[in-house]
Design a protein around this ligand. Sequence first.
Ligand code: PLP
Length: 323
Amino acid sequence: MTLSLPKYQDVQEAAERLRNVVHRTPVLTSQTLNGRLDAEVFFKCENLQRVGAFKFRGAYNAIARLGKPERDAGVVTFSSGNHGQAIARAARTLGVTATIVMPLDAPKAKRNAAASYGARIITYDRLTEDRELVAGALVEQEGLTLIPPFDHPDVIAGQGTAVMELLEDVGGLDAIFVPLGGGGLLAGSLLAAHAMAPECLVYGVEPLAGNDGQQSFNKGEIVRIDPPRSIADGALTQALGEYTFPIIKRYAHDILAVPDDKLISAMQFFAERMKIVVEPTGCLGAAAVLRETVPVRGMRVGVLLSGGNVDLASYAACLAHEF
Ligand SMILES: *Cc1c(COP(=O)(O)O)cnc(C)c1O
């Protein structure tokens, strides 16, 4: 079976759909950092996006693309993190009912946030039940449409609009660093960058403890790993997707991996120097640049800050961490 992969045109169409719906997030710079690296670094602040992460883009685009019967029946997803919040919020904006499948022991804050957007919450026991089967049963029984967190053409196209805006706003870049989980954000970014700035080197950046993407990229086929442990909770995927991997394999320049302590230093840098809250996963691309994993000297560099949702106690602990 050959899949119909999304193209740059789909990103452009997504951008039309998202106009006046998503925030055109700001691009920030730090003179101190530029001086230290002898480079020009542009941070695209999706931590300031609606629901606090770029995921709103893909979620809205995917739901907006549904026909009337699907919209009337409603959508379902099994993510309790940023994608779940984004689906709940985007569905509400479009007048569609959302169902979020969450583990019984999901943090109260996440449950309450999804519920406050009017989503129906269905819980499952993570020790005895499989979330995909629970969601699948709802698709069967109630005719809901499943919107997965990354492996979906409309989700990928929506995510690509962030890098599209970045390139529109700052012009040509030599390199872009993008956090990598399942690859929806990276695949969309690659479609945009390949069309708008073909010479630009695009890197995906993963947590070192969960570097399945790096292994897959190097091997040329999807590698599945055991559930990883990292503070980058938005990038704990075990494998890239059927849609995301071919795009990454074709257009990514390389996949890098950074250890958790570098994510903590990056969070501290953003709080102290730039006065912004960035969650651990949101720091992946930045951490690769801050620690100069690859040389950036003399370059114009884009960094995608993918999200800013972190509970206050763990944020405080990260800020207080001494090296
Ligand atoms: C989901 C998420 C990612 C990873 O995105 P993928 O499309 O799964 O690669 C990165 N950062 C944040 C903040 C996220 O919520």
